[in-house]
Design a protein around this ligand. Structure first.
Ligand SMILES: Nc1ncnc2c1ncn2[C@@H]1O[C@H](COP(=O)(O)OP(=O)(O)OP(=O)(O)O)[C@@H](O)[C@H]1O
Ligand SMILES: [Mg+2]
Length: 190
């Protein structure tokens, strides 16, 4: 059994459209402060950047949050008091040291850092992190339906804070009861 890590309870929320996802990002922004690291996971087009737009809006930062694919990282300075938003696309990075090497015009300690595609990189950087997964339900009966769902459809977002920073923080959503007991033996068929 893995040792339990301090952190927040795991919560999920279903977001019916892009605006709902942005609104959820604005809510999350209310929980975020300088030095925080948010890791976004999810397939291409899942809604990671859309969620980050809401976070940027909620933090009150300058500039349009967009896909940082060709710039690796973009700094959005605060419009008033508060942290900057550093938006990172780690898709082509092999290490987050590469982000440090970018010599961004912002210190991560003074910023909220949101990393898309950071799984496998971010965990080593910080024990304290908010992990968010964005998923599309894949219930479509045929390809046409699946493609339609992909563009305009509900997203299921799962939020889990790791480390002391997130201990006791009530992230919004419905609590997921995760079964930590050993997996029940599968019924053998045939
Ligand atoms: N519930 C929803 N939440 C978020 N986006 C949605 C939702 N429903 C539809 N969309 C649409 O899905 C697309 C999501 O694109 P977005 O760039 O946010 O994805 P991404 O996960 O950042 O992709 P990439 O992996 O390419 O960076 C947008 O066109 C958005 O309008
Ligand atoms: Mg994106």
């Amino acid at each position: 059994m893995t040792s339990p890590e301090t952190g927040s309870p795991v919560r999920t929320i279903d977001l019916p459209d892009a605006e709902a996802t942005r609104a959820f990002g604005r809510t999350l922004a209310g929980l975020l402060r300088a030095g925080d690291l948010v890791m976004l996971t999810g397939d291409l087009g899942a809604g990671k950047t859309t969620l980050t737009q809401g976070i940027g809006d909620g933090l009150g930062v300058r500039g349009q949050v967009a896909s940082p694919t060709f710039v690796i990282a973009r700094v959005h300075p605060p419009l008033a008091d508060g942290p900057a938003l550093v938006h990172v696309d780690a898709y082509r990075l092999s290490s987050l040291d590469d982000v440090d090497a970018l010599d961004l015009d912002a210190s991560l300690d003074d910023s909220v850092t949101v990393v898309e595609w950071g799984n496998g990189l971010v965990e080593r950087l910080s024990r304290d992190r908010l992990e968010i997964t964005v998923e599309r339900p894949r219930g479509g009966a045929d390809l046409e339906e699946i493609l339609a769902d992909a563009e305009a459809g509900v997203r299921r977002v799962r939020v889990h804070g790791f480390g002391p920073r997130w201990a006791g923080v009530e992230v919004p959503g419905t609590t997921v009861v995760e079964d930590s007991s050993p997996a029940a033996p599968e019924k053998s068929v045939g």
